[in-house]
Design a protein around this ligand. Structure first.
Ligand SMILES: Nc1ncnc2c1ncn2[C@@H]1O[C@H](COP(=O)(O)OP(=O)(O)OP(=O)(O)O)[C@@H](O)[C@H]1O
Length: 330
């Protein structure tokens, strides 16, 4: 195993249910990695076994060359931030951040120096003597982050850290998270079920489903060459058309993104249908086309004069083919 963080042959069961089955997964040092997948995919369980909060039933986890599979949480040098902050309500911000250091038995002066440093980095230096209930959601989340990084962990695990925040703050804090990761040179594993958050943040993304890794790659690879139809449909919008429509093998699928298709006046082997609705988006218009049982979306220029009910032909400029079981055909 060569990565900074590696998982090999990981199996985690709850009762008889296998909730995690990861053959091989590697993350490089100082990278921002996002784990994406629907509810129940096993994302949180992957973080919990990494932090040592759950024991694996089989397999090996290696962090920076050390086998940590059976280490207790406190030995792993891993920082953890959950969606619901989990700050101690009776402690002020300073003491909340200081907890991991005092637990380690650091001297008072050293604790003060490190808490102040990290509060400075996170822009919460003014809040040190307030209590959690006096802070906004975004401020509380920064305190939770400060507490997670103050002990300088090798690895930072973030479980839906932005999902309790309003949309504006979420976007603000997400670019902040990325710049923080870059500044500290730390390795991050960030769990989310929000695909735009994943695409915006990730150096590498892992798409999970049913305890399995469907694909790992850069956001661009995942979006442009999804290895399964599950990934294609989970990350972005995809049109799925039986290949027989284009004169191909009837069991296979042709898949294309709305921006990879165009409306044409003449074509051989294209989707012929009727405009069912138009979504004006300013710089483009999303055209919904219905063709019998099929429905496809096309991104068109807002300059085109289009009407609901109009007959159109859709031609994919770029497409991928998938097997009947949903695997990408090369
Ligand atoms: N302590 C537990 N006991 C029994 N089953 C559990 C336990 N924790 C998780 N599970 C089950 O394991 C599966 C994976 O859960 P997990 O929380 O890892 O999914 P997730 O991808 O993080 O989902 P979500 O986005 O909803 O948090 C689910 O079916 C869940 O019900």
């Amino acid at each position: 195993m060569t990565g900074f963080l590696s998982f090999k042959g990981i199996v985690k069961k709850f009762g008889s249910a296998v909730v995690l089955n990861v053959e091989q997964l590697e993350f490089e040092r100082a990278t921002y990695n996002v784990i994406l997948g629907p509810s129940g995919a096993g994302k949180t369980t992957l973080l919990r076994v990494t932090a040592g909060l759950e024991k694996v039933d089989a397999g090996k986890i290696v962090l920076d060359g050390e086998d940590i599979t059976n280490d207790p949480p406190w030995k792993r040098n891993v920082g953890l931030v959950f969606q619901n902050y989990a700050l101690y309500p009776h402690l002020n911000v300073f003491d909340n951040i200081a907890v991991p250091l005092t637990v380690k038995g650091l001297k008072k002066e050293e604790v003060e120096k490190r808490v102040k440093e990290v509060a400075q980095i996170l822009g919460i230096g003014e809040l040190l003597f307030k209590h959690p209930r006096q802070l906004s959601g975004g401020q509380q989340q920064r305190v939770a982050l400060a507490r997670a990084i103050v002990k300088e962990p090798k690895l930072l695990l973030l479980d839906e850290p932005l999902s309790n925040l309003d949309a504006k703050l979420r976007i603000e804090l997400r670019s902040y998270l990325k710049s923080l990761q870059r500044k500290l040179g730390i390795t991050v594993l960030h769990v989310t079920h929000d695909q735009s958050e994943a695409m915006a943040l990730a150096d590498e993304m892992v798409v999970m489903n049913g305890g399995l890794v469907e694909q790992k790659g850069t956001p661009h690879e995942i979006y442009r060459r999804p290895r399964t139809l599950f990934v294609a449909g989970f990350v972005g919008t995809i049109n799925l058309v039986p290949s027989s429509v284009f004169g191909g093998n009837s069991d296979e699928w042709v898949a294309f993104r709305p921006e990879d298709a165009e409306l044409v006046s003449e074509c051989v082997g294209c989707v012929k249908g009727t405009i069912s609705s138009l979504e004006y988006q300013g710089s483009s218009t999303i055209v919904h086309v219905r063709s019998g049982e099929l429905s496809v979306k096309v991104v068109a220029s807002p300059e085109l004069e289009l009407m609901e009910g109009q007959e159109v032909k859709v031609r994919p400029r770029r497409f991928l083919r998938y097997s009947p079981s949903g695997k990408l055909l090369e």
